[in-house]
Design a protein around this ligand. Structure first.
Ligand SMILES: Cc1cc2nc3c(=O)[nH]c(=O)nc-3n(C[C@H](O)[C@H](O)[C@H](O)COP(=O)(O)O)c2cc1C
Length: 177
């Protein structure tokens, strides 16, 4: 698919059909996301695929405060666990007073959703999540961070591709030459 078409087609999908996403497909998406760049190549995250019956149990962790009700019908999730940055990244963060880890995670999330859409799998990045609940669910130590969860599945027949609502180019982009 042409890159522009892919970017226009990728959207936050908030309704999913019953069709399961094959495990191999979910693994392929994660394999591609591993190619994402990160500060000093630190790759400070782990991708947790939650699918099948486990997705049915998991969805409540992205439905906090009554949010994301539609996620009940979602067949798969990828929870991004925040890892420790490499020593050099930690030093860089301190020196530059910049948190690179969330940036790295955001880039990985972008790779996930674009890789998925390119394979015909729809998605939605979710910031509304219960990190404590997710850590418990995944058997991780308390305090483990999951900055983003991504819902994945197939949109039902006829689910519309919405027009993009973005700030005007001139507002979002500045050129200095
Ligand atoms: C960091 C982040 C957190 C988000 N959290 C949620 C969420 O919890 N629930 C939801 O339905 N959409 C969530 N979204 C999706 C945004 O609302 C969506 O990307 C934005 O409105 C643009 O629409 P589009 O993705 O369809 O192009 C999130 C997106 C990002 C990048």
């Amino acid at each position: 698919m042409d890159l522009e078409q892919l970017f226009l087609k990728r959207q936050s999908t908030r309704e999913y059909s019953d069709r399961p996403v094959p495990r191999e497909e979910l693994e392929r998406i994660c394999r591609l996301a591993r190619l994402a760049p990160s500060a000093v190549n630190s790759q400070p995250y782990k991708l947790h695929i939650v699918t099948g019956g486990k997705a049915k149990e998991f969805c409540k962790y992205v439905q906090i405060l009554g949010s994301n009700r539609w996620a009940s019908g979602c067949p798969a999730f990828i929870a991004i666990e925040q890892g420790k940055p490499a020593v050099v990244e930690r030093l860089g963060q301190r020196l530059l007073k910049t948190e690179f880890v969330p940036i790295d995670i955001g880039i990985a999330a972008a790779y996930i959703v674009l890789a998925a859409e390119n394979d015909g799998v729809q998605s939605c990045i979710l910031g509304m999540r219960d990190e404590k609940g997710i850590a418990k669910f995944l058997g991780a130590p308390e305090g483990t961070k999951y900055p983003l969860v991504i819902a994945l599945g197939y949109a039902p027949e006829g689910y519309p591709v919405r027009e993009k609502n973005r700030r005007p180019f001139g507002e979002a982009v500045d050129v200095t030459e």
